[in-house]
Design a protein around this ligand. Structure first.
Ligand code: CAO
Length: 437
């Protein structure tokens, strides 16, 4: 006879752990040990399995709820023997080390494998990394991670308990694919050529003088792997342009005087100008889909901002920049860069970006080549503005000139379009009244 039983959170070692995924819904049939929810603590992501088989009558939790031991997850109608014998709650299965809460330029939330060969080294072919066949055994979080990297999870061999695919398995697969010149997702283009790189030079530096070893930070490892992928897989071109921001700077200073409690960075003008340019050139507000055969055009305007932190570069995303004014953006930029430097950004705050801006304007230099933050198709690099003499038809006049460097994915954007985009951007920055149009 059917019986209603509560599936509860077992001892997870912490209190108030957030639910990040709900994996079943009312009406679903679940098997014993099938995962019901995913929890994410400071240290790990873990799935909580069903203590018995049956039909879910009611889900008691939703994403964002915070739970401790004993919280009711679901009411399950158990049948037959299971109803008769009370089953102890099985321990949650840790499915992955928690991804770093911060990502660098071009980085998807991820976890760099420790101690592997450098990504550019070409390892001997490891046939065990690639497998085909039955449905892969991986948590939704790992599947999402694989999707983000363009990896076909079917191709990844799991080396976790019972063949479970873990984050490191996906990372190892990407490394292997990169080193052998294949696209991570395999497919038609995987067979074309290959980078055929030389192995990374092995040098005993100590032979030449005193040295000191300094491990890369976690962020550097993660962003390094992503930068290497983006640089290797995206055919980059960088278009340079100058914007005359003399008037804009006068207005910015005025805004700053009127809003003494707020830092009105030149970046907020750049964000607004980029949004206007993305609206005028939708091809820039797009991503190539996984197959590389379709462009996904986005109707929202979320802008990633590269922020320099002591541990490395991270890219928080400001959402709906088309709907926000300069002062709102200034406030948000201040908050998000502080959060980044305090290491308090969550993965959600670093995802969903359409286009990134990397500003070295506070530091110096003239022009650079930023690396596109995949799966975005372009990125704007901003250097330090300087006063320059500019010919106005009658004489040289002092004008404040801002150097811009627009890197783009040449598979999606051609040179003429990029030149138009950059020139449009410079016009917007040069006459901010246009931002109102
Ligand atoms: N030209 C001239 N001056 C500029 C400028 C520009 N393009 N951009 C900013 N400045 C000025 C600011 O107005 C500020 O001046 P005050 O101190 O007089 O107010 C000063 O430079 C310092 O600015 P900032 O860099 O601290 O702040 P910001 O709001 O301009 O930028 C942020 C915020 C988070 C983007 C920045 O702090 C940062 O981290 N930049 C580095 C990003 C990076 O490393 N990119 C590299 C990617 S490639 O590896």
């Amino acid at each position: 006879m059917a019986d209603l039983k509560e599936a509860r959170v077992p001892d997870i070692g912490h209190a108030g752990v957030p639910v990040i995924e709900v994996l079943v819904k009312a009406g679903d049939r679940v098997e014993k040990e099938q995962s019901l929810i995913t929890l994410e603590s400071d240290k790990a992501t873990m799935e909580v399995p069903a203590p018995f088989a049956g039909t879910v009558k009611e889900m008691k939790l939703k994403v964002g709820d915070e739970v401790s031991e004993g919280a009711v997850i679901a009411i399950i109608e158990v049948d037959g023997e299971a109803a008769a014998a009370p089953a102890p709650a099985p321990a949650p299965a840790p499915v992955e080390e928690k991804p770093a809460p911060i990502v660098g330029q071009g980085v998807q939330p991820g976890n760099a494998p420790e101690g592997d060969a450098p990504p550019t080294a070409r390892p001997p072919l490891d046939a065990s990394i690639v497998m085909t066949g039955d449905a892969p055994y991986a948590s939704p979080a790992i599947r999402a991670f694989a999707r983000e990297l363009g990896v076909d999870i079917q191709q990844v061999k799991g080396r976790g308990r019972g063949g479970r695919i873990q984050r490191d398995d996906v990372s190892a697969y990407v490394k292997h694919a990169l080193a052998s010149g294949a696209r991570p997702s395999g497919g038609a283009s995987a067979s074309v050529g290959g980078l055929n790189l030389l192995p990374w030079p092995k040098v005993d530096f100590a032979k030449f003088g005193e040295i000191e070893e300094k491990p890369l930070t976690r962020i550097q490892k993660i962003s390094g792997a992503n930068l290497a992928r983006n640089w290797a897989m995206i055919p980059h071109v960088t278009q340079h342009e100058d914007a005359d921001i003399t008037e804009q700077e006068a207005f910015r200073k005025k805004l700053g005087e009127e809003n003494k409690d707020l830092k009105v960075s030149p970046l907020v003008f750049q964000i607004k100008a980029v949004v206007a340019a993305l609206k005028a050139f939708p091809q820039f507000n797009a991503s190539l889909d996984e197959s590389g055969e379709k462009l996904i055009l986005k109707k929202y305007f979320h802008i990633g901002i590269a922020v320099d932190t002591p541990d490395g570069l991270v890219v928080p995303v400001l959402r709906d920049c088309d709907k926000k004014g300069l002062l709102d953006l200034a406030r948000e930029l201040g908050e998000i860069s502080k959060k980044a430097r305090d290491k308090k950004l969550g993965p959600a705050e670093m995802s969903g970006g359409c286009f990134s801006i990397s500003s070295l304007g506070g530091i110096g230099g003239t022009y650079f080549t930023p690396i596109v933050n995949a799966p975005e198709v372009a990125i704007l690099g901003v250097s330090k503005s300087v006063m320059k003499p500019v010919w106005n038809g009658k004489e040289f006049a002092p004008r404040l000139i801002l150097p811009l460097s627009l890197s783009y994915d040449h598979r999606v954007i051609d040179g003429a379009l990029a030149a138009r985009f950059a020139s449009f951007l410079a016009t917007q920055l040069g006459d901010i009244r246009r931002l109102l149009l």
